[in-house]
Design a protein around this ligand. Structure first.
Ligand code: HEM
Length: 312
C-alpha cells in the first residue's frame, strides 16, 4: 500500500480492549467530505453500482426533497471550501454552478428545482464524493432514516432500513438496547445543533477487499470468511474503518450522516509494530458477542495465529 495512504489511514483503536460506546467527538476540521488518492476509482465504482443496482444504492421518501437540497448545499460548500483546487461553487441567488475539476464536469442548476439536475439532489451530489450519504429526519419525536445513497454498506440494507427509527436500525447490535446505549445515543443526536458537527470511527474486519458489501449480495462476498487461513490472513483479511460524520441541517432539522469507508490489508497493519501489538490484544480479548456480530468469529483463530506469528 502507498505510504501516504498508510499515513492517513484512520486507525481506530485506543487502549487494550474494545467495547461499544458513544465514541463521537466534536469535529476539529468541519468538513463532511474527504478526498483520498482513490477518488477516481471509487467514484467510478459508485456510479456503476448506482446505475446497475439503483434500488439497492439509492432510496428516498418523497417528503425529503427539501432536506436533500440542504445536503447539496452543505456538501458543495464543503467541497469548494476545503478542496478549492478540485471543486468550485458559484451562487447567484438560486442560480448555482458546481464544478468538479477532478472529473472535468460542471453543472448549472436552479437550487430547489429537481428538473434542473440529472438525479434526485442527494443522488446527484453523492456521485461526486467517496462518502455514502444518509439523511435522517426528525418526525413524530424520533429520528428516521428517510433518504440515503449507500454504495459501500458494511453488511446492511438501505431498502430494508428506509423509514426506520434510530433504535430500530440499531436493534441487531447485541447489548445495545440492554445497556441503553441506543437511548443515550438517540438523545445525544436529538440535541445536536447546527454548526457543531460530530464524528466517530467504526471498525470491522472483512475477508476480502470489496467496498460494496451489501446485505443483498452477502451470498457473493460472505463465503470468503471460510477461506481464511493462518497463511493467507495477511492478504485476505482487511480492517474496514468507517469515518462517520454528523451534521445538523437547520432548515429541515434533519441530520446528514456521511460515511467514508477505508480498507487496510492486515499485512499492512502488521507492518506497524505498535498497531500489530495493540490489534492482537484487542482481537484476542474481543467479547464473543461482538466478534459474532461483526462476522469475525469464523476466522478469528487463524487470524490470531497469523498475528502472533508476526509478533514473534
Ligand atoms: C445517525 C445516523 C446513524 C445511522 C443511519 C446508523 C446506522 C447504522 C446501521 C445501519 C448499522 C448496522 C446495523 C445492522 O447490523 O443492521 C449500525 C451499526 C452501529 N452503529 Fe450506527 N448509525 C448512526 C449513528 C450512530 C452513532 C452516532 C453511533 C454512536 C455510537 C452508532 C453506533 C453504532 C454501532 C456501535 C454499530 C455496530 C457496528 C459494528 O459493530 O460494526 N451509530 N449503525
Amino acid at each position: 500500500m502507498l505510504t501516504r495512504e498508510m499515513d492517513s489511514f484512520p486507525y481506530p483503536f485506543k487502549g487494550e480492549q474494545y467495547r461499544y460506546s458513544n465514541n463521537s467527538v466534536p469535529m476539529t476540521r468541519p468538513s463532511s467530505i474527504e478526498i483520498t488518492p482513490r477518488y477516481t476509482e471509487e467514484i467510478q465504482l459508485k456510479r456503476n453500482l448506482l446505475n446497475n443496482y439503483p434500488e439497492r444504492c439509492f432510496q428516498t421518501m418523497p417528503h425529503t426533497l427539501k432536506g436533500q437540497w440542504e445536503a447539496v448545499d452543505l456538501v458543495t460548500e464543503h467541497l469548494a471550501a476545503f478542496f478549492p483546487s478540485q471543486f468550485a461553487l458559484q451562487k447567484n441567488g438560486d442560480h448555482w454552478t458546481f464544478e468538479n475539476k477532478l472529473l472535468g464536469e460542471a453543472f448549472t442548476f436552479t437550487y430547489g428545482d429537481e428538473t434542473t439536475i440529472p438525479y434526485q439532489p442527494l443522488d446527484f451530489i453523492g456521485r461526486h464524493v467517496q462518502e455514502d450519504l444518509i439523511f435522517m429526519l426528525e418526525r413524530d419525536g424520533d429520528l428516521h432514516l428517510d433518504a440515503g445513497q449507500l454504495c459501500f454498506p458494511a453488511n446492511w440494507s438501505l431498502a430494508f432500513n428506509l423509514g426506520m427509527r434510530f433504535k430500530e436500525i440499531h436493534h441487531p447490535i447485541p447489548g445495545f438496547k440492554e445497556e441503553e446505549l441506543d437511548e443515550r445515543i438517540l438523545r445525544f443526536l436529538m440535541r445536536m445543533e447546527a454548526g457543531s458537527p460530530w464524528e466517530r470511527l467504526n471498525w470491522s474486519l472483512m475477508a476480502g477487499n470489496k467496498l460494496d458489501t451489501s446485505l443483498e449480495t452477502f451470498h457473493e462476498w460472505g463465503k470468503e470468511r471460510k477461506n481464511v487461513t493462518e497463511v493467507n490472513a495477511g492478504d485476505l483479511v482487511h480492517l474496514r474503518v468507517e469515518v462517520q460524520k454528523l451534521f445538523r441541517l437547520p432548515q429541515s432539522n434533519g441530520i446528514l450522516f456521511t460515511i467514508h469507508t477505508h480498507l487496510l490489508a492486515i499485512k499492512d497493519l502488521a507492518a506497524n509494530r505498535d498497531w500489530l501489538q495493540q490489534f492482537y490484544h484487542i482481537l484476542k480479548e474481543l467479547p464473543e458477542h461482538i466478534a459474532e456480530y461483526k462476522g469475525i468469529a469464523l476466522y478469528q483463530k487463524p487470524l490470531l495465529s497469523y498475528l502472533k506469528g508476526k509478533l514473534t
